[in-house]
Design a binder for this molecule. Structure first.
Ligand code: ADP
Length: 604
């Protein structure tokens, strides 16, 4: 405040004071000296008091000035923009931060409408905001975008409040706006929102995947439970198969120690369960296998040779009582972790062996019969062979006689002829001894025979061939046929021969065509039974039909051509007949009759 102003203010105050003074100058002249003295003193004190008050006021004014400057500095340096608006919304003050935000100087901003700097799309909202500021007290906040000098926009958080002094009219007062640049914050928020969305998306994706995996796991668990149930069922089944199996099943470890056995093993070897479990398997073997088994196992495990595993071998076991038991053994191997175990399946083949022995004896007998039959058929040929040396011997003897009768006898010629005679007799002897060898000592017996039993026996001998060549063999036997009186071995030989011929004929037809062989027995009238062997094989050619019973007639590469002629001889010898019907491409039926007991007409 200048000196002049101060003086003027003082004069003005004096005038006002004089006007307010209750006593006039004239009235004051009438005061007594004491009263004047007292008044002067009063004035002096009052003046000093006023000067002191004046001094205090000046100090306060100075302090106010300092505070105002500090406030201005703070106002300008504040990081937040401050704007002061009048009720029309014109800018009346702005701090430096507000200028920096809006990119205009204070002078450029003063007097301008703030709305001018608000982004057009946000202007309506700001207008409403400002109207509310005008009507209500208290702070209000709005986020808007503001335009800058370079036409760019920034997001700003505006907080406005209405300022008024004491009871002053609202219309005359000012409104303050703080401006805070929230562009970065908005960007960060957007980024955070994006990240949030991304995160939400990823989380939901992961949730879906987790859900799927969870479902998969549940399915797996379900499957495992099912498999477990199946396994338990299978184990129960296997256990029942294991216990009920006819074959002996035995499990051993790498050292040959028995881990498990089923009841068949106990039956085969005669040991109890306790005598087997935990004992070495060589207990079940006879010498020398018993001693060698440990080495076999060690060699097997070190060589990793699988040749004994998987194949069926015929071996000997030893019963608890010491007797040897022929067995068929097949081995398999399995591993649990690092340990190997072996499972042996065995079958007691004592009965089979015994049957094989019987069959062999039976076949030997049949072969013998064949030889006998052959002998019969070949007798004429053999007789012819013997006849030749005999004729020669007779001729040589006559020559010798003549030579002896001559004089002198030609001894050299005689010796030569005698040598030839000897050779011929030796030859005849050889033929005869061959015959004797051939016939050997077997004799033929007739007995009461059930033809159906002979058929069954013959079929069992031909069964392997039928299986090998996929031949369907049907047996249609008439039950309770009367017995026949026959040499069972010979008649079985006939049946077998007819079956074998049919099998030969069937193997020559195409493999796709079903191969059928049928054996039937009938009662023929009241005197005979008939047996038929029927096939759908190659059949017999018209030209061959007349020759099939002729000795040595054969159409087979390794055939002898004696079978049918022997069969015919045997059947005729039993009082029956052997015949056949055949059609090329359709098959043949060979059939024979035999008289039933009591009707037999002995022809032998
Ligand atoms: P082999 O069997 O040694 O040939 P066989 O005397 O038993 O001697 O048979 C003579 C021939 O009769 C056979 O080679 C075959 O040509 C014919 N034959 C016999 N049985 C049949 C049959 N069921 N079907 C077709 N041909 C047959």
């Amino acid at each position: 405040m200048s000196m002049n102003n101060t003086n003027m203010l003082r004069d003005e105050l004096r005038e006002k004071a004089e006007a307010n003074l209750s006593i006039t100058q004239t009235e004051a002249l009438n005061f007594s000296a004491d009263a004047v003295q007292k008044l002067v003193h009063e004035f002096q004190v009052y003046q000093i008091e006023l000067e002191m008050q004046n001094e205090q006021l000046r100090a306060a004014q100075l302090q106010l000035q300092v505070s105002r400057d500090r406030y201005q500095t703070l106002y300008d340096c504040a990081p937040i923009g401050f704007l002061t608006l009048n009720k029309e919304g014109n800018i009346t003050d702005a701090n430096l931060a507000a200028c920096a935000l809006l990119t205009y100087s204070k002078s450029e901003l003063y007097g301008k409408k703030y709305l001018k700097y608000v982004y057009s799309e946000d202007q309506d909202r700001f207008y409403l905001f400002f109207q509310q500021l005008l009507k209500f007290t208290g702070k209000k906040t709005i986020e808007i975008r503001v335009k800058r000098d370079d036409e760019s926009f920034i997001s700003v958080l505006c907080q406005g409040y209405y300022y008024y002094e004491g009871h002053a009219q609202r219309d005359n007062n000012e409104f303050f706006l703080t401006l805070q640049d929230v562009t970065e914050q908005k960007r960060a928020e957007q980024k955070i929102q994006q990240l949030n969305e991304q995160l939400t998306h990823e989380v939901s994706e992961q949730n879906i995947q987790l859900f799927r995996k969870n479902k998969q796991l549940l399915d797996n668990i379900k499957e495992i439970n099912l498999s477990k149930a199946e396994l338990l069922e299978r184990e129960a089944k296997l256990n029942s198969v294991f216990s009920a199996a006819v074959e002996g099943i035995i499990t051993i470890d790498e050292a040959g120690i028995i881990q498990s056995v089923n009841s068949a093993v106990i039956n085969i070897f005669g040991y109890s369960l306790d005598e087997l479990i935990g004992h070495n398997v060589n207990k079940l073997m006879p010498t020398p296998y018993k001693e060698r088994h440990g080495c076999y196992l060690t060699n097997y495990l070190s060589d990793h040779q699988d040749k004994i595993v998987g194949s069926i071998r015929e071996l000997e076991g030893q019963h608890k009582k010491g007797n040897i038991i022929p067995i068929d053994l097949s081995l398999s191997k399995y591993k649990v972790g690092e340990k190997s175990y072996f499972t042996g399946m065995m079958r007691d083949i004592s009965e089979r062996k015994h049957k094989e022995l019987l069959d062999k004896q039976h076949l030997d007998e049949l072969a013998h019969v064949t030889r006998l039959g052959l002998m019969g058929e070949m007798a004429s040929g053999i007789a012819h062979e013997v006849n030749q040396p005999l004729t020669a011997i007779a001729t040589y003897s006559q020559v010798c006689q003549r030579l002896l009768e001559s004089d002198p006898p030609d001894l050299i010629k005689l010796q030569e002829i005698l040598q030839k005679t000897e050779q011929q007799s030796l030859r005849a002897g050889q033929v005869i001894s061959r015959m004797r060898e051939f016939i050997s000592s077997n004799t033929i017996h007739r007995s009461t025979v059930d033809i159906n039993e002979l058929v069954q026996d013959a079929i069992s001998l031909a069964n392997d061939d039928c299986q090998q060549f996929s031949i369907q063999c049907r047996v249609e036997l008439t039950k309770s046929l009367p017995f026949i009186s026959a040499d069972a071995v010979q008649i079985e030989q006939v049946i077998l021969n007819l079956i074998k011929n049919s099998i030969d004929a069937l193997t020559k037809i195409a493999q796709e065509t079903p191969r059928n062989l049928t054996i039937q027995t009938y009662l023929l009238g009241s005197k005979s039974i008939e047996l038929r062997v029927k096939d759908n094989g190659l059949g017999i050619d018209e030209t061959e039909k007349a020759r099939v019973f002729t000795p040595f007639f054969t159409t087979k590469v390794s055939g002898m051509g004696m079978g049918l002629s022997i069969c015919q001889s045997l059947i005729v010898a039993h009082g029956g007949e052997l015949r056949f019907k055949s059609c090329v491409g359709k098959g043949s039926t060979f059939y024979f009759t035999l008289p039933i007991i009591g009707q037999h007409n002995e022809t032998q």
